[in-house]
Design a protein around this ligand. Structure first.
Ligand code: NAD
Length: 519
């Protein structure tokens, strides 16, 4: 029933000048509290990545529809920002319970459109849910500061206040977690929100919107538009939008950062990555190899924190054959099939790109130890599958090293010493995440101090911080000043008003104007 309310099913459909009488459902817009069918003539197909069947269509919202969504956010801001913090908190307390109750339904919607395994899709929802749970402590998070008696009879205190309308643009790889990094934090602070989900996986965001409405969020506090460049440009340019959160590729993220900032908006852009796992010879071998394989190939490598590059230091070089054996044992299958470890890539184009990057490694002299390009998945012959792939003897100049592959491909480099490994990681343009595997505390400490990467794991392959901290990717992986969620998320979505007050006793009244700068 919830799905039916966010998708319109079994209707004849106009796409451009063609009329389809198929039963492909269409994704609605969410404007002013209503799930509405777009009047657009421009539609995009959504495919099941395991079969490449068209499973739904998503509209490119018209300019009028986008304006209606932004106007709805502006109107709702007046009352939502004045709604008590306790009342806003109640909405999110109910919301986190609704998400928890529907985790399996959300996961199914993710697997159908994105392809990841059902268990991994539940993890996607769960990591977003944790951010929603954290928003429920807004009564502490939004506290201002006070300093009494700053001078005689004078006190200074600050309020943390919402900005107005905020907007989010999200990628395909985490259909639940990344939208949930954005609108719950913004809204609990008193902002209203305009979301543009990835056009490739919009249904999960629509389900999340329905649940938020059911949790009591007033009409207009969250609006959802769909589309591509026009919708993104609309968000970058609309004067009512005060802040933009973006997660996705560098190409889009840098463009949005520039265009949004030029228009005077706050922008935070979380972008691409090349995360290195440094394997020291003293590491716990069993643990390390399993963690490396899980973090390189889980979600078919389509995670910004995937551990896509291994640096084997010294004797750890000899672990390569075992690494290959473990990777070989992973089961490639459609995400909704029991026992699947590695699902399909998002599109045939993504598969083609990943395969050509693998080939570039071969052409440039690297060694293909495990080749997943010709993997066959019974019953899913038309899916975008690539099996686990390991390329060794990779050097920093090779294209398979300089580019983010975003597929189930582990590139392996070697280093003689820890210093060499650190220098390699620091020369890479990205700074999203890294991990070191060691049993030596001093080695781990040296690595964390000297490596120039925003998120470091010690024997933790995917160190995505929990929401009481922030997601602190750095260098080429981030543009902006304030990171996502945690304290920095609250800072991003609020502004400070500072009040200085003086209540003098009657006998201290000024007898003449004070024309010098007050000190
Ligand atoms: P993408 O950049 O193609 O799309 C992200 C969003 O931007 C979508 O909503 C899309 O409609 C829009 N968009 C795409 N191209 C655009 C353009 N040229 N101009 C304006 N808007 C555009 O990214 P994706 O393929 O959906 O996601 C994968 C990328 O996201 C990877 O690079 C991955 O590392 C990155 N990512 C980063 C993080 C992080 O936190 N650092 C998290 C998840 C994903």
């Amino acid at each position: 029933a919830v799905l039916r309310s966010v998708l319109r099913t079994k209707v004849p459909l106009k796409v451009g000048c063609m009329c389809y009488s198929s039963s492909v459902p269409t994704t609605k817009l969410f404007i002013d509290g209503k799930f509405v069918e777009s009047k657009t003539s421009a539609w995009l197909d959504i495919h099941n990545p395991a079969t490449n069947e068209v499973i739904a269509r998503v509209p490119k919202a018209t300019h009028e529809e986008m304006l209606a969504a932004a106007d709805s956010c502006s109107r709702a801001f007046r009352s939502w920002s004045e709604t008590s913090i306790l009342a806003r908190q109640q909405v999110f307390l109910r919301y986190q319970q609704l998400i928890k109750d529907n985790i399996k339904e959300l996961a199914k919607a993710i697997t159908l459109e994105q392809g990841k395994t059902l268990a991994d899709a539940e993890g996607d929802v769960f990591r977003g849910l944790q951010v929603v749970e954290h928003t429920c402590s807004i009564t502490s998070l939004m506290l201002g500061e006070t300093l009494p008696s700053i001078t005689k009879d004078m006190d200074t205190y600050t309020y943390r206040l919402p900005l107005g309308v905020c907007a989010g643009i999200t990628p395909f790889n985490f259909p639940a977690m990344i939208p949930l990094w954005m609108f719950p934090m913004a809204m609990v602070c008193g902002n209203t929100y305009l979301l543009k989900p990835s056009e490739r996986v919009p249904t999960c965001a629509m389900l999340l919107a329905k649940m938020l409405q059911d949790a009591g969020a007033p009409d207009g506090t969250l609006n959802i538009i769909h589309g591509q460049h026009d919708a993104v440009n609309f968000i970058c340019d609309h004067p009512a939008i005060k802040a933009i959160s973006f997660v996705g590729s560098n190409q889009a993220g840098e463009y949005i950062y520039e265009r949004g900032s030029k228009n005077g908006k706050r922008v935070q852009s979380n972008m691409g990555a090349k995360n290195h796992g440094v394997v020291m010879p003293d590491a716990n071998k069993e643990n390390t190899l399993n963690q490396l394989v899980g973090a390189a190939f889980g979600a078919a490598g389509q995670r910004c924190m995937a551990l896509s590059t291994a640096i084997l230091v010294g004797e750890a070089r000899s672990w390569l054959p075992e690494l290959v054996e473990r990777a070989k044992a992973l089961r490639v299958n459609a995400g909704d099939q029991a026992g699947a470890d590695v699902g399909p890539l998002i599109s045939p184009q993504a598969k083609e790109r990943v395969c050509s990057l693998i080939q570039s490694g071969v052409d440039e002299g690297a060694k293909l130890l495990l080749d997943g390009r010709n993997v066959k998945v019974k019953g899913y012959e038309r899916g975008n599958f690539v099996g686990p792939t390991i390329i060794s003897n990779v050097t920093p100049e090779m294209k398979c090293y300089t580019e983010e592959i975003f597929g189930p491909v582990l590139v392996v480099l070697e280093a003689d010493t820890l210093d060499d490994a650190i220098s390699l990681v620091n020369r890479n343009i990205y700074g999203n995440g890294t991990a070191i595997f060691t049993t030596n505390g001093a080695t781990a400490r040296k690595y964390t101090h000297e490596v120039d990467v925003g998120q470091v794991g010690i024997n933790v392959p995917i160190p995505v911080p929990l929401p009481m901290f922030s997601f602190t990717g750095s260098r080429g992986s981030f543009r902006g000043d304030m990171n996502f969620y945690g304290k920095q998320g609250i800072q991003f979505y609020t502004q400070i008003k500072t009040i200085t007050s003086q209540w003098k006793a009657e006998d201290a009244t000024l007898k003449s104007p004070a024309v010098t700068m007050p000190t």
